[in-house]
Design a protein around this ligand. Structure first.
Ligand SMILES: Cc1cc2nc3c(=O)[nH]c(=O)nc-3n(C[C@H](O)[C@H](O)[C@H](O)COP(=O)(O)OP(=O)(O)OC[C@H]3O[C@@H](n4cnc5c(N)ncnc54)[C@H](O)[C@@H]3O)c2cc1C
Length: 601
């Protein structure tokens, strides 16, 4: 079927438009080719990475480089690269799939992989000239060369456009001399080229450059950083001192660097979410095996409700992250295809396609990075004292997971972006928030219906509730925008609460739509655990939304307005049939225990 503009939801529109379950892509929709790719990626991980996790813990940087090269030989570094530059030219979903399954064994490798294939290569494929692409991309795609991305500086972290690195044009106009200090650069120790951001004169915005790693050209590296986790990911400072870069190595135009950096990060964020999935599956697998075998009080500890609750929550969050990640990935893929069909070059189409879903990319980054953190934490808890031991994989998984909340934009920055970008989209008329927000306001003034709806169909109540949760966001964000206008961005705690509401809505909706689609084709019986996970996820989402909604409302509304909004919050978050979450958790945990791991992917 031809994809048309109308059928593809725009970024952020999930909030105001109903999505049919048939319109979401799920892991169960993978093609045979994609499934084969997943299997070969898993085999690579088991053979080369999982079996050697101690080497990654023991700061064996050379082994990271060696395995990256092997991944290159197998074509795993070239999935996202167009065929004309030596890549496989596969769609966005396939690139997510490889990123997902290659990242489960160790954060060291997944960081090296992500930094190289994402922020180290993508700026050239997306913004490079034909000559730049022909010169560099085939080498990067094959793993003959590796890339790194130099944005962060000692004084410029989250405030990435404030860097002090300078690029000065030579008198003959043939090259720029770059001087400055970059910090926290992944892959610095073994890369062949850097994507460097520097400022020309007093430009408002930074400019991107492709800089070959040549120590005789004023490039020196700091020592390897001593880090909490991802021990074998090379992270160093990079110093540029009058490093000469030919003018033809400027990326895109002068002053366009901040845009390049941000767009590279959009892709990086959704890929980072994917990179947090297989780590969760493996941790759940290991924790379940342990809980099935470990005997205390004469019974395997899996039989204790306390352990079941953990396993159920871990599996549910992983399932939700999977559901939302692949839903967004396919939206991006379709939008790229749509733009290409309309005559855009691949480059343009990909850029605009991903930019369109920047809100979803940030949502996913936050949700998945926090879930992998919680899951590894509970993994340690299930292992008890053994979880604290460096001889079990839980300890390193927990430390490795921690970085995901910091890089690719901290979760605080991403939460702020989620709301900020949505408000901007509304201002531009890309998403109509005002109309729906006004309707919610009118509804609040009206008399609520006391009819008891017919909730007999699968997810009828959950979908009704989801539609009301969207009203909570519209009510809170709509009133906050009215009250503060552009000054809203200075009310950060309010922005964070609104972001959490939006995040929970997207994650819960994606989970329910995936399960509904699968229940329709595979039967409710076959999906009974997934149905339980969808219900459990929604229940916890509602709890979060009540708490965040309350905080937000009370922070800016008073008197009658406050009372009316709090009443709306209660009405919009009310269950007619309260779910038995203890029973749901038990059902989910029993299935995971019987399968001895996470088997829903
Ligand atoms: C292991 C590792 C690998 C990395 N790899 C790379 C790489 O390859 N290339 C690269 O360029 N960078 C890389 N980074 C840098 C990383 O992207 C930054 O650390 C990150 O963006 C945060 O910047 P910062 O460390 O300066 O923290 P800061 O910006 O100083 O932030 C400190 C705290 O303040 C909060 N904060 C900052 N500004 C705001 C605000 N406006 N509102 C609310 N809260 C705010 C942050 O959320 C955070 O909690 C890496 C970092 C690490 C640790």
């Amino acid at each position: 079927m031809e994809t048309t503009d109308k059928e593809i939801l725009r970024g952020g529109q999930f909030l105001v438009k109903e999505t049919k379950c048939e319109d979401v892509f799920t892991l169960e929709d993978l093609s045979e080719e994609q499934k084969m790719m997943r299997e070969s990626t898993k085999e690579f991980v088991d053979r080369e990475l999982w079996a050697h996790w101690e080497r990654f813990e023991n700061k064996d940087y050379a082994y990271t480089e060696e395995t990256m090269r092997k991944a290159g030989e197998l074509g795993l570094l070239s999935v996202a690269v167009p065929e004309s530059y030596g890549g496989m030219g596969m769609g966005f979903v396939s690139t997510m799939l490889v990123c997902d399954y290659i990242s489960g064994a160790t954060g060291s490798f997944s960081t090296a992989f992500g930094a190289h294939t994402g922020i180290g290569t993508m700026p050239i494929t997306l913004y490079g000239t034909e000559e730049q692409k022909q010169k560099y991309v085939p080498k990067l795609a094959s793993g003959e060369w590796f890339g790194a991305y130099c944005l962060t500086e000692p004084g410029a972290g989250s405030d990435a456009n404030s860097g002090k690195t300078k690029a000065v044009l030579s008198d003959d106009g043939k090259y720029y001399s770059i001087s400055g200090q970059k910090v926290w650069i992944s892959n610095a120790g073994f890369c062949n080229l850097f994507i460097v951001f520097a400022r020309i004169e007093d430009d408002k915005n930074i400019t991107g450059f492709i800089v070959e790693n040549d120590p005789s050209n004023g490039i020196t590296l700091g020592e390897e950083e001593r880090k909490l986790g991802i021990h074998s990911s090379s992270t160093r400072q990079v110093f540029f001192s009058d490093t000469k870069v030919p003018i033809e190595n400027m990326l895109s135009e002068r002053g366009n660097g901040f845009k390049i950096a941000m767009n590279a990060l959009n892709i990086g964020r959704i890929k980072l979410a994917a990179a947090c999935l297989e780590a969760q599956r493996r941790v759940i697998g290991e924790a379940t095996k342990y809980a099935n075998e470990r005997i205390q009080f004469k019974t395997p500890i899996i039989n204790f409700g306390a352990i079941k609750a953990k396993i159920a929550n871990m599996a549910t969050n992983c399932y939700a992250d999977e559901s939302a990640s692949y839903r967004a990935a396919k939206n991006i893929e379709d939008r790229i295809a749509m733009r290409q069909a309309a005559g855009n070059s691949h480059q343009e189409a990909e850029l605009k396609g991903v930019e369109e879903y920047a809100i979803e990319c940030s949502i996913l980054k936050v949700a998945a990075s926090e879930d992998v953190q919680n899951t590894t934490d509970e993994g340690i808890q299930i292992f008890g004292g053994m979880g604290f031991s460096a001889d079990t994989p839980m300890e390193s998984a927990w430390r490795d997971a921690r970085i995901a909340r910091i890089y690719e934009g901290t979760n605080e920055i991403n939460r702020m972006l989620v709301v900020g970008m949505l408000v901007k989209k509304a201002m531009k008329g890309h998403v109509d928030l005002l109309g729906p927000a006004t309707k919610v306001g009118e509804e609040l003034m009206g008399i609520p219906s006391f009819d008891v709806p017919d909730f007999s169909e699968l997810f009828a109540e959950e979908k009704d509730l989801l539609a009301r949760l969207k009203k909570v966001f519209l009510m809170v964000a709509g009133s906050a925008v009215q009250k503060y206008g552009p000054d809203l961005e200075n009310h950060q705690q309010l922005m964070l609460s609104a972001a959490d509401i939006l995040i929970e809505i997207y994650m819960a909706e994606s989970t329910i739509l995936r399960t509904e689609k699968n229940a329709k084709r595979f039967g409710e019986e076959a999906q009974s655990t997934q149905i339980a996970m969808s219900r459990l996820y929604l229940y916890t989402a509602v709890d979060t939304i009540i708490q965040k909604g309350k905080e937000a409302i009370v922070s800016f509304a008073e008197g009658d307005e406050q009372r009316m909004m709090l009443m709306g919050l209660r009405r919009f978050t009310k269950y007619t049939n309260q779910p038995n979450v203890v029973a749901l958790r038990t059902q989910i945990a029993d299935r995971v225990a019987a399968d001895n791991g996470y088997t829903f992917d």
